[in-house]
Ligand binder design. Sequence first.
Ligand SMILES: Cc1cc2nc3c(=O)[nH]c(=O)nc-3n(C[C@H](O)[C@H](O)[C@H](O)COP(=O)(O)O)c2cc1C
Length: 403
Amino acid sequence: MLKGKKIIVGISGGIAAYKICSLVRLFVKNGAEVRVIMTPSAVNFVSPLTLSVLSQNEVVINMFPDEDWSKSETVKAGTWHISNGMWADMFVVAPATANTMAKINAGISDNFLLSAVLAARCPVVLVPTMDEDMFKNKITQRNLADLKKYGYRILEPVVGELASGLYGMGKMPEPEEIFDYVKSQFIKKDLKGKKILVTAGPTRQPIDAVRYISNYSTGKMGFEIARAAAERGADITLITGPSSEKINAVDNLIRVQTTEEMFEAVKKHCKGSSLVIMTAAVSDFKPKNVLQNKMKKDKKVSSVNLELEKTVDILQYLGKNKKGFILFGFALETDNQIENAKRKLKEKNLDLIVLNDPNVEGAGFGTDTNVASLITNDAITELPLMSKYELANSILDEYLKKK
Ligand SMILES: Cc1cc2nc3c(=O)[nH]c(=O)nc-3n(C[C@H](O)[C@H](O)[C@H](O)COP(=O)(O)O)c2cc1C
């Protein structure tokens, strides 16, 4: 994803600076070339040596180093603070202290990081991180508002435990969240203005007060679609059954348990959508009679009959009420796959069906990869083994071809 991208990571003097080691590692692991610049204050919080090893590059701190710096590999005498700013595709300052932001806003360049920011030709992301009172101070807020106006991209802090020991606003988002945000800045926003509804995960149908029937779906495919579409600028509603997957990017995350609850949420949120993608592996059947209390393990009884009835068919409902949106569904078939998927495409009035075979290595529930075919009324596109994130993007590309 970040292969060949050149990223400068600027670190100013906040307690969260130690977390930037993980961010640098994530960038490098994902193929980016990283240079780290630190303010002189920042070296009090994290070791330049660690950052140098992780970034595989010299870390720059001082504008005027003691040694003969014209001999340095990275350092080109005279203009190197400017050439750094020209070299990068993206410049991330995290943590961005109140002091550093105030200085950027005032055009001050009295350390190497500030000079490089002022000279940067690429987008600059600032991650403000500080004590709540510092963050809420009118001067900091004015600086932030000005910096936004100047085109700096701000990844807002979150509420959490702060260095002061207090709990409040000003905490730096975790390195994974900063990584996702930076990654999303490189992605073309070709779904901007589109409202996309995605369903994910299994559903659970209760048997009694403590038991349920369900399936092995983890929700990964739906979450990857939501993530990829959000990165491409779409406005996402994600309705998910029980899943341990995490996501930050969506505008509206709705958690449900049963197929009926998912149905109600889908009915409510499909209106006004441009695209609805049903990846959820909903339970097709549910126990006819749900016991209020736990079913006792009676010694005299050796077996129990569980009578099941059909649950509501969400895809059928959407196909019949398809007004103003394109509808994509998923099929998991173990036999007569193409034939069954094509029948489902027609019966449910879908515009595309994604067929996956759980018996193929690397496909199906819980894996990071999938092997799928994209089937429409006119064509079958067989895709090779790919990550669920890549498959998500291929599915979204199909939507752009249809609209
Ligand atoms: C233990 C400690 C933690 C600090 N954490 C922060 C912080 O999270 N955010 C912030 O804006 N300033 C913080 N400061 C204050 C900055 O280090 C100080 O304003 C410094 O001048 C910033 O310099 P710089 O912006 O050039 O890195 C902290 C100071 C100390 C002593």
